[in-house]
Ligand binder design. Sequence first.
Ligand code: 5GP
Ligand code: MN
Ligand code: MN
Length: 333
Amino acid sequence: HIIQPAEEMAAIIQQFDNIVIVAHGSPDGDAIGATGAMGSLVKALGKRFVLYNATGIPDYLEWVPLPGKLVTKPSAIPFKPGLIIVLDCGDAWRMGKELLAVFPEYPSVNIDHHLGNPMFASLGNWVDPGMAATGQMVAAVADAAGVPLTGELAQCVYLSLVSDTGSFTHGNTSAAVFTLAARLVANGLDAAAMREKLDNQWSMPKTKLWGKLMQTLSLECDGMVAVCPVTMEEIGSFGAVREDLEGFAEQMRRIKGVRVAVLIRQDPGNRCKLSLRSSGSDDVRSVAALFGGGGHLNAAGATIDDADMDAVTRQTIKAIQDITFGAGKEEKR
Ligand code: 5GP
Ligand code: MN
Ligand code: MN
């Protein structure tokens, strides 16, 4: 019997108590789903635990049934950590700099699906870019630990799957993803009820902001690249928040002929956040990497300090021409 990575992770987790469970800051559905699912898992094993996220829970994920307290500062962790479980962080810094500062003092495991993850944990690193979502990996650890995929744990795994597969439509939507989703439904998960919480929650400010952006976005590279820079002022003028842009890059990819969507969001502190989306073999991760970012082949991002939005826009388009559509590659449509 070859020991599977999920079994190895389950075996490590069994050995420890006082567990800190953390995913990346500015969390998406997979980060919060994996956090909640792992929390339910260790709770089922009778462990003391705390959930951690450097930027807390965004409003649109407030409904998620988390199994315990979530803290945002190391000083709020109510015990001396026995083990830190890092989820959905392609790089250690994504757990947030305050936790990262004390991270080396404690045993840790790293469960993630980002290509290029530098395996930063001390006790074990399970990194598999073939996995669609980190929540899928947590489900495998639950299976290995004999914890059933029911109730709140199942809801969190489902949130992860829906978020990172674009509701079961991206290229990462494998047979294993459908099989896992089917198991969750067989165990009592109400997919229609989940949809009401996941999708049908748009605020009017978000709706109006998207309407404006649909009008201002532009096409480059003979219609193969859709570009949309968004300033803080624009977001604020509708009373919207920056999380309201989640999904807008996917929306731009819906335009016929668009191979790459580029969303450039201005953030406080002279920063900007780049989001790139593509499909098939169109590599946007390498473009994000030019700006110190990363992610997946078809979904990548970067956070850029001291950013000039116009310059970032121009450099990104140039990089897409050179790298994504680079020499030797055939056009796909
Ligand atoms: P999003 O555009 O939704 O923020 O992120 C898309 C993907 O790119 C995610 O898988 C995320 O992990 C990755 N990503 C987003 N922002 C950054 C970043 O600043 N640095 C790195 N390394 N990856 C990022
Ligand atoms: Mn994520
Ligand atoms: Mn993920």
